[in-house]
Design a binder for this molecule. Structure first.
Ligand SMILES: Nc1ncnc2c1ncn2[C@@H]1O[C@H](COP(=O)(O)OP(=O)(O)OP(=O)(O)O)[C@@H](O)[C@H]1O
Ligand SMILES: [Mg+2]
Length: 291
């Protein structure tokens, strides 16, 4: 059977990730010997050992249309790397990823048209206002300037963005406000797959609630597939239909909040919380970084 025939046979899920692995190679940080001649040190510098970091290790997941799938993990556990593989920014070393039946590697252009990613490293034209940035982004997708401006202001308002500051240069805005503009930009074009990489990290409690309420609205209105990464247990509990706990690049547990909680015995008669589950399964607090 040819590869093409096999692809057609795949059931059309929203998002399907199968046994994906991603390695990074970097130079080992060894201290250079001090008593060597300059040229010897230079040679030693270029001959430093390489090491491989397995950022994503054999991960599989399925997300249906209308579902929010949460990935919960400490700093450096591999969340963003997985999201970047799904979003076609990185090529996986092994495994396959399909978005509505299309392979993200062989049909990346098609996949990019139906998906958007929000991450903390979003970049903007700093000297333009948030609405100008959003209009610019919408124009790239062929939306008229008028329609884009109306939609941009509407989305920003729903995110609790102060209307009086929508025409202010982006460089004057706080990080949290810029994060809201990044979220608005991802939603201008009605993506079918929305990848939210820590959408609420760094937001104040009110902004956090605004963004979370908006994500819930999106699920209700659009029947999109949403993948969300977070450090925030309450957020995962509130928003996600299914949660995976990631540790050192591996999924160590997956299920609904109830299913995950059922894996850990209750303490002193009180039911376990998602945080108890995280600590019991990973042996660490979510605030700890990976070594
Ligand atoms: N471009 C890169 N080159 C080398 N190593 C990388 C690269 N990107 C990520 N890594 C490494 O891969 C591992 C996973 O990083 P990743 O950014 O995916 O974690 P994360 O769960 O998103 O963390 P955070 O919560 O801090 O955003 C880390 O050890 C990181 O140092
Ligand atoms: Mg990250």
């Amino acid at each position: 059977m040819s590869i093409e025939e096999k692809e057609v046979e795949q059931p059309i899920h929203g998002l399907s990730v199968r046994e994906v692995t991603k390695d990074f190679h970097r130079t080992k940080r060894t201290k250079l010997a001090e008593n060597l001649h300059f040229y010897q040190r230079l040679r030693q510098f270029f001959k430093r050992e390489k090491e491989t970091i397995r950022a994503v290790d054999n991960i599989s997941l399925e997300v249906g249309i209308g579902e929010i799938y949460g990935i919960l993990g400490a700093n450096g556990s591999g969340k963003s790397t997985l999201i970047r593989c799904i979003s076609t920014l990185l090529l996986p070393d092994a495994g396959s990823i399909h978005v509505f039946g299309d392979n993200v590697v062989t049909e990346s252009l098609k996949v990019r048209q139906v998906m958007n990613r929000v991450s903390v490293e979003a970049s903007f034209f700093k000297r333009l206002s948030s609405t100008e940035n959003l209009i610019y982004a919408a124009r790239l997708y062929g939306i008229s300037a008028e329609a884009a401006e109306k939609k941009a202001r509407e989305i920003l308002e729903r995110l609790g963005f102060n209307a009086a500051r929508m025409d202010e240069e982006m460089e004057n805005l706080s990080r949290g406000m810029q994060q809201k503009v990044a979220i608005a930009r991802a939603l201008l074009t009605s993506p079918m797959l929305l990848l939210l990489d820590e959408p609420t990290t760094g937001l104040d409690p009110k902004s956090k609630r605004d963004v979370q309420a908006f994500i819930e609205d999106i699920r209700r209105e659009r029947h999109a597939v949403i993948v969300l990464t977070t450090h925030d247990m309450a957020e995962a509990e509130r928003l996600c239909d299914k949660i995976a706990i990631i540790d050192k690049g591996r999924f160590i547990a997956e299920g609904t909040v109830q299913e995950l909680i059922a894996r850990v015995p209750s303490l002193n008669g009180a039911p376990a919380t998602l945080e108890d589950v995280f600590i019991a399964l990973t042996g660490k607090d979510i605030g700890d970084e990976e070594e």
